[in-house]
Design a protein around this ligand. Structure first.
Ligand SMILES: [Zn+2]
Length: 111
């Protein structure tokens, strides 16, 4: 199956959390991809969805900063993401090259 409508030969799938988007992105043009187009189990989809819903708990939206312990929260979220990416890798073995892109928001905003 073609991964991205725009990038015909691209096999690189990026896993990255963002606000209310599916966690799969084209590794080349960074288009957001529909998780339902991939052959992963419903259980894994639910885990990924929960992980997405947890994204940004460290962000202080009103102040464009992070909450106390935000860096730690983001770190845990990234560890979880790496774990889920390993599962996705296994599920899509031989189809795509799966890479994880961790969140760096809190790290970038910590003083
Ligand atoms: Zn693309």
């Amino acid at each position: 199956m073609q991964l991205c409508r725009r990038c015909e030969k691209n096999k690189q799938l990026r896993v990255e959390a963002d606000i209310s988007a599916d966690p799969f992105w084209c590794g080349r043009c960074l288009s957001n991809l529909d998780m339902d187009n991939f052959t992963i189990s419903n259980a894994l989809k639910r885990e990924l969805q929960a992980w997405i819903n947890d994204y940004g708990t460290w962000i202080d939206w009103g102040n464009d900063g992070i909450i106390p312990n935000g860096v730690l929260l983001e770190q845990r979220h990234n560890e979880q993401g790496a774990l889920l990416t390993a599962k996705v890798k296994l599920a899509l073995q031989g189809q795509y090259q799966v890479v994880f892109s961790p969140s760096t928001f809190a790290m970038g905003h910590s003083k």
